[in-house]
Ligand binder design. Structure first.
Ligand SMILES: [Zn+2]
Length: 105
């Protein structure tokens, strides 16, 4: 992950946007590791909005969630906000840990 992630990357990689008849619900990905390569994916519902919200408003909400420390952390190597579940430790994401710090996954 050397290229800077943009909002579309975040939406694709870490979020699920679900439209119901009344609302738009935003879910954040939750990874439960069962081994170094085995994991379960679940989704945490974080926001519920009226369905007439615009795409740019959805993006603004997602940007806010990305700034929240209970879901994302800043990797000191790539300087990006990474889902906590993809952090190797409190400093590096898993991609940087294996690329820059010799950690083998
Ligand atoms: Zn990183």
């Amino acid at each position: 992950m050397t290229e800077k992630m943009n909002i579309e990357n975040y939406k694709t990689d870490f979020f699920k946007i679900k439209k119901t008849s009344e609302n738009i619900e935003i879910y954040v990905k939750k990874i439960t590791w069962k081994g170094s390569h085995e994991f379960d994916i679940s989704w945490i519902k974080t926001k519920k909005m009226k369905k007439d919200i615009s795409d740019s408003e959805i993006n603004a909400v997602i940007k806010t969630i990305v700034k929240e420390d209970n879901f994302f952390s800043t990797c000191l190597d790539c300087n990006q906000r990474i889902l906590n579940d993809y952090m190797h430790n409190e400093k590096y994401c898993q991609a940087c840990a294996s690329k820059n710090h010799g950690v083998i996954y």
